[in-house]
Design a protein around this ligand. Structure first.
Ligand SMILES: *Cc1c(COP(=O)(O)O)cnc(C)c1O
Length: 366
């Protein structure tokens, strides 16, 4: 292999992020403080206008605290996809509630409203769609279902900063929406999560839960966590926030190039009224998927990922919640998907190499 590997993902950290960290370190004020407060209001203004945002130490904490803040607990069921990162179902289980796995539709890899409807019981408290790969879930249909059954709607927007549906940003549909700030996501704070809250009550509850149940020092109102973000992380996030819009446009341009030039594989679709922010550019390949991915990596030095090879309802950790469950579209996607590099650091030459590699491997396998 003569060429350098094109990485599947690459966080972009520049001089401004380094300077921001240095500024905070020199201030001597490192823990949650003014940088976190500024990051919260700037994040809302940039990505979920009109919402109150609360920063926490990870996306997983954001989901967990958001669910607790909305009153989810033991005895409740929350409907989630199985075709996602385990944090989605984990966060429900951590509240003591039961994650109920529903199937996805076959086009956008997101929760199928018909599958959600079929999973509703008299214990169902809410529905938590994931905007997988950066494509909005079917929020209009899910909102209608939630309203007709009196259910709460929550959003796992970990992968979808800036994605919109009918002009409204993800994170503005549910009681809360969670954005992850992990390094491989569309923007990062190092580690971190942001919870966009629909009501003052949910925002207040998330703030209480992130800080030992205190609003006033040593006047603890409820039992809480330490899920605070540091000012160091917030300073990185504030800089990244000024760049994420441009990075998203580059991701979309990279995706358009791949859409136009890939042959012999199924490229990602975008629903009417939706904007896709391409956290991942995920194709379906014919034949042996694992052999396809190995050929891309080893013969063409094109990094790629499989998200996710094992559906959550079959993971050792979560399968106890789903005995005997069969989710055919979830299983099919888990067998067929490959995510190609689409990140904003790709050069035109990288994109050409990705196209040549995919088309060559697809043709050889056809
Ligand atoms: C990354 C991710 C999370 C968890 O976020 P962390 O910041 O890593 O805790 C949750 N859900 C989905 C779909 C994710 O991709």
């Amino acid at each position: 292999m003569t060429e350098d590997l094109i990485p599947a993902a690459r966080p972009i950290i520049g001089d401004e992020e380094r300077a921001a960290v240095d500024r905070v370190l020199r201030s001597g004020m490192i823990a949650q403080g003014p940088e976190v407060a500024a990051f919260e209001s700037e994040f809302a203004a940039e990505l979920v206008t009109g919402r109150t945002c609360v920063a926490v130490n990870s996306g997983t904490s954001g989901l967990h605290l958001g669910l607790l803040a909305a009153g989810v607990g033991p005895g409740d069921e929350v409907i989630v996809p199985s075709f996602t990162f385990a944090a989605t179902g984990n966060s429900v289980a951590l509240t003591g509630a039961t994650p109920v796995f529903a199937d996805i539709e076959g086009t956008y890899f997101n929760l199928d409203p018909a599958g959600v409807r079929a999973a509703i019981t008299d214990r169902t408290k809410g529905i938590m769609p994931v905007h997988l790969y950066g494509h909005p879930a079917a929020m209009t249909e899910l909102r209608a279902i939630a309203d007709s059954y009196g259910l709460r709607l929550f959003e796992d927007a970990a992968q979808a900063h800036g994605a919109t549906l009918n002009g409204a940003p993800v994170g503005s549909f549910g009681d809360f929406g969670m954005f992850s700030l992990y390094p491989t996501k569309n923007m990062t704070s190092g580690e971190g999560g942001m919870v966009s809250c629909a009501t003052d009550e949910i925002a207040r509850n998330v703030r209480l839960l992130r800080n030992q149940g205190m609003e006033k020092q040593y006047a603890n109102e409820v039992i809480g966590f330490n899920a605070r973000m540091t000012d160091i992380h917030a300073a990185i996030g504030r800089v990244q926030l000024t760049k994420v819009g441009g990075w998203t446009r580059t991701r979309q341009a990279n995706a358009a190039f791949l859409d136009e030039n890939l042959e012999g594989v199924l490229t990602p679709a975008v629903a009417e009224g939706a904007t896709h922010v391409y956290h991942q550019y995920t194709i379906r390949v014919p034949g042996d998927r694992d052999a396809f991915a190995t050929a891309l990596r080893e013969e063409h030095a094109v990094g790629c990922g499989v998200y996710y090879p094992i559906p959550n309802h079959r993971l050792e950790s979560l399968k106890g919640y789903a005995p005997g469950l069969d989710l055919p579209e979830t299983e099919k996607a888990a067998r067929e998907v490959i995510s190609l590099p689409v990140h904003p650091s790709l050069s035109r030459q990288d994109l050409d190499r990705i196209v040549t590699a995919v088309n060559t491997v697809a043709k050889a396998g056809a």
